[in-house]
Design a protein around this ligand. Structure first.
Ligand SMILES: C[S@@+](CC[C@H](N)C(=O)[O-])C[C@H]1O[C@@H](n2cnc3c(N)ncnc32)[C@H](O)[C@@H]1O
Length: 259
């Protein structure tokens, strides 16, 4: 009975928003949404859905609960160092204009980290596309105002050069803001642009089912240029990357095989 209620909720959400919850790991998603439903006082997912269609605030709370926007600048700093010292300089030797994509970018910490590194490498003409399913997160990303917690791993020279501190908040320099194109995108539904030198997609695949992950890795591989790099999260190693035409290039970095 309870499962039927949740399954019907999944179907209604898909029709209403085109967000397909069945492609997210069920136990995790169900636990998070059940907690929210109960907190709001609804005994079934059917009544919760009805309320959500009438109450915008509740709908946004549902979105917040399912998306999990946690992010930080320089998350796993030594991986960003590898990107800064190895992969981006290698790419820049071939072309000064690098085409990058930060997929599931949340509130912007990741694309701004990337844009800072590109600026430091004198590759400001490069393109950084940053996408997420959550419009609220993208709005915050465009405003680019952050707490001291999210900058704790930023190297001192970057903190000095690319941020302005106002009390406990950190604001991103305007020059960086201009270098990023933020766009709403659902990875599980929308088509991907192609020809990327670098795709950064971290800490979102963990929420998806094995089937959804498999399709996404193939789509990411197709979106890369030959020799292009896919940078994944630190719990997201790809099992048998060769099946997607990728090879391991360093821990958490995969290169599209050149033909
Ligand atoms: C934990 S955050 C990761 C943020 C950043 N990549 C990082 O590693 O710090 C996960 C993000 O994935 C986004 N997301 C979840 N499902 C998505 C989907 N189907 N398409 C695009 N983004 C999605 C969420 O909105 C959220 O901002």
């Amino acid at each position: 009975m309870e499962d039927k209620d949740f399954l019907l909720f999944i179907k209604k959400v898909k029709d209403y928003t085109s967000i397909d919850l069945s492609q997210y790991k069920e136990a995790q998603m169900k636990r998070r949404l059940t907690t929210l439903r109960m907190k709001k006082g609804y005994t079934t997912f059917a009544s919760f859905f009805e309320a959500m269609t009438k109450d915008k605030e509740l709908f946004y709370e549902f979105l917040d609960r399912m998306t999990i926007n946690v992010s930080e600048f320089w998350r796993n700093p030594n991986r960003w160092e590898v990107l800064e010292q190895k992969f981006l300089p290698d790419t820049l030797r071939k072309s000064r204009k690098v085409k990058c994509w930060s997929a599931a970018c949340s509130t912007g910490e990741e694309p701004y980290t990337l844009a800072m590194i590109l600026a430091e490498l004198n590759a400001q003409d490069s393109v950084v596309l940053a996408t997420d399913i959550d419009e609220g997160a993208l709005e915050k990303a465009k405003k680019a105002v952050y707490s001291d917690r999210s900058v704790r791993d930023v190297p001192a020279k970057y903190l000095q050069k690319y941020y302005r501190q106002e009390n406990l908040t950190y604001l991103i320099a305007d020059s960086l803001k201009k270098s990023i194109r933020f766009q709403k995108q659902n990875l599980l539904v929308d088509t991907f642009d192609t020809g990327f030198d670098l795709i950064v997609c971290r800490n979102v695949m963990i929420y998806f089912t094995e089937e959804a992950k498999h399709l996404l890795y193939q789509k990411f591989a197709n979106a890369l240029k030959p020799g292009g790099i896919l940078f994944v999260g630190s719990t997201e190693q790809i099992f048998s990357p060769a099946q997607y035409g990728l090879e391991s290039a360093e821990t958490f970095f995969y290169r599209k095989t050149e033909v």
